[in-house]
Design a protein around this ligand. Structure first.
Ligand SMILES: Cc1ncc(COP(=O)(O)O)c(C=O)c1O
Length: 445
C-alpha cells in the first residue's frame, strides 16, 4: 500500500467540514482519518492497518482499490470525462444497463441510473406513480414503508423509511400519504437465530389491514429492504416476504425491494430477491454496483413498468425525471469493471460458500459480555448489545471507537454492531474480526 497522502491529522484543519451522520464535535476532538486502502484493509493517516469489517459502508464488496476497477475509471477519466445524459448518450451507460439487467432476476430488465441509494429510492417512488398514471389508475398515490426501514435521506426516502431519528426534525414536511408496516424485530422470539428467524411471517398481514383501511386502489407501492441493514441487520422471518408479495399481487400494488445493501452479492446471490426467492417489481441499488469507487445508484424495473410509462406518451420525453450525472461515464466504467470482477472471481458464489463459516464465527460471540443477540444472513451479521441504562447508543459508540483503536472497522447503529466484510475475505480474517471484536466487548464498560 502506498504511504498516506497526509502525514497526520495535526496538519489538517477539521473545522470547515460538516460531516454527515457524525457527532461532529466528538469526532473533531479525536478524529479517525483513513488515508489509503487495499484489499481487506485501510491504513489510517498514522499508517496503522485497519481490517475492514464493513466493506467501507456496505459498498466495497470486491475489496479495496482493485486494479481492474481503478484502471477502468482512469481510462474513462482520460477519454470521456462527462457526457450529458438528457437527449444524448454514451455507450458505457447502455452497456452497464445491459449488464445489470442480465444480473437482475426475471423480467427486471430496464435500468434507470441515479447517483446514490437515496436518489434511487426517490426515483423508484416517482416511477411507481408514473406507472399507475400511465395505466389509468392515477388515484394510486399512497406508499407503504416499514418501521425501522432505511431508504436514504431524500424526502421520499425518509417518508417511507421508518427510522425515527432521521424523520423527527423534518416531520412537518414528509410525504403526506404514507403508512408503515410494523418491523419484524423481536428478541423475545428470535434472539440468536441463525439465518431467517422462524417467528414473524404473520407481521406481513399488517399490509392487509392497511389495504382495508385505505382501499387497495389508493396504494401505489410497498417499499421494503428484503433484509433491513442500516437499522441493525433485521433478517426477514421465514415466509414474510412471500406474504408481502402475495398481498401486493392480490391488490395490484407494486413491491419495491430496496437492495442498496443486499444487491451485488452481499447474501451470496446477485440480489436479495434471489436469496429469498421473492420477485419484486422494482429493485433499488447503489453501493456495490461500482464497488463504492464512484457514486452511483439505479432503479431496476420490470419490462412492463418501463413499457407502460414509455407507451403512455405519444412522442417526446416520457418521464420528467433524471440527474445531470445519471449514467456518468466514470460510474459506468467502474460499474462495468466491478460486475466483470464479481463474475471473473466468482465472488457471489464465494460469499455463499463462506456464509456457514461466517455464521459459526459470529455466533461464537454469544456469551461475550453485553451481547444480547447475534443474527446473520449471507456475509452480514448484527450483534446487538445491551444498552447502558438511560444511555441508548453509548455502548455501541464506545465499541466503534475501541474497535477502530484495535484495528477493526465496524458499523454501529445505536447499540447494534453490523458486520459486512468484503466478499474476498479469507477464513483467517473472519477469525480475526471475531477475535478483535470479542476483545473489544470484553474491555467495554
Ligand atoms: C437500503 C438502503 N437504501 C438507501 C440507502 C441510501 O443510500 P445513499 O447513502 O447512497 O443515498 C442506504 C444506505 O445505506 C440503504 O442501506
Amino acid at each position: 500500500m502506498p504511504p498516506p497522502p497526509t502525514a497526520s491529522a495535526g496538519e489538517l484543519s477539521l473545522e470547515e467540514l460538516w460531516m454527515p451522520f457524525t457527532a461532529n464535535r466528538a469526532f473533531k476532538k479525536a478524529p479517525r482519518l483513513l488515508a489509503t486502502a487495499s484489499g481487506m484493509h485501510y491504513r489510517d493517516v498514522d499508517g496503522r492497518l485497519v481490517l475492514d469489517g464493513t466493506s467501507g459502508l456496505w459498498c466495497v464488496n470486491a475489496g479495496h482499490c482493485r486494479p481492474a476497477i481503478v484502471e477502468a475509471i482512469q481510462r474513462s477519466a482520460a477519454t470521456l470525462d462527462f457526457a450529458p445524459g438528457f437527449q444524448m448518450g454514451h455507450p458505457s451507460s447502455f452497456a452497464l444497463a445491459r449488464a445489470v439487467a442480465e444480473l437482475a432476476p426475471g423480467d427486471l430488465d430496464h435500468v434507470f441510473f441515479a447517483n446514490s441509494g437515496s436518489e434511487a429510492v426517490d426515483s423508484a417512488l416517482k416511477i411507481a406513480l408514473a406507472y399507475h398514471q400511465a395505466r389509468g389508475e392515477p388515484e394510486r398515490v399512497r406508499f407503504v414503508g416499514r418501521l425501522r426501514g432505511y431508504h436514504g435521506v431524500g424526502f421520499g426516502g425518509i417518508s417511507v423509511g421508518g427510522i425515527e431519528s432521521n424523520r423527527k426534525a423534518f416531520a412537518a414536511q414528509l410525504l403526506p400519504q404514507v403508512d408503515h408496516l410494523p418491523h419484524t424485530h423481536d428478541l423475545a422470539h428470535n434472539a440468536f437465530s441463525r439465518g431467517q428467524p422462524a417467528w414473524g411471517a404473520h407481521l406481513a398481514d399488517a399490509l392487509e389491514e392497511i389495504v382495508a383501511r385505505r382501499g387497495a386502489r389508493t396504494i401505489a407501492a410497498v417499499v421494503v429492504e428484503p433484509m433491513a441493514g442500516s437499522t441493525g441487520v433485521l433478517v426477514p422471518p421465514k415466509g414474510y416476504l412471500e406474504r408481502l408479495r402475495a398481498i401486493c399481487d392480490a391488490h395490484g400494488i407494486l413491491l419495491v425491494f430496496d437492495e442498496v445493501i443486499t444487491g451485488f452479492g452481499r447474501l451470496g446471490t446477485p440480489f436479495g430477491a434471489d436469496y429469498f426467492h421473492v420477485q419484486p417489481d422494482m429493485l433499488t441499488v447503489a453501493k456495490g454496483i461500482t464497488n463504492g469507487a464512484v457514486p452511483m445508484g439505479a432503479v431496476v424495473v420490470r419490462r412492463s413498468i418501463y413499457q407502460s410509462v414509455v407507451d403512455a406518451t405519444e412522442s417526446g420525453i416520457e418521464f420528467f425525471h433524471g440527474y445531470t450525472y445519471s449514467g456518468h461515464p466514470l460510474a459506468c466504467a467502474a460499474g462495468l469493471a466491478t460486475i466483470e470482477l464479481y463474475r471473473r472471481e466468482g465472488l457471489f458464489q464465494r460469499a455463499a460458500e463462506l456464509a456457514p463459516v461466517w455464521e459459526d464465527a459470529v455466533h461464537s460471540l454469544k456469551g461475550v459480555p453485553h451481547v444480547i443477540d447475534v443474527r446473520n444472513v449471507g456475509l452480514v451479521s448484527g450483534i446487538e448489545l445491551e444498552p447502558r441504562s438511560g444511555k441508548v447508543g453509548a455502548r455501541g459508540y464506545d465499541a466503534l471507537v475501541e474497535a477502530f483503536r484495535s484495528g477493526l472497522l465496524i458499523r454501529v447503529t445505536g447499540d447494534i454492531i453490523a458486520l459486512s466484510p468484503p466478499l474476498i475475505i479469507e477464513r483467517r480474517e473472519i477469525e480475526q474480526i471475531v477475535d478483535l471484536l470479542g476483545g473489544v466487548l470484553r474491555r467495554l464498560a
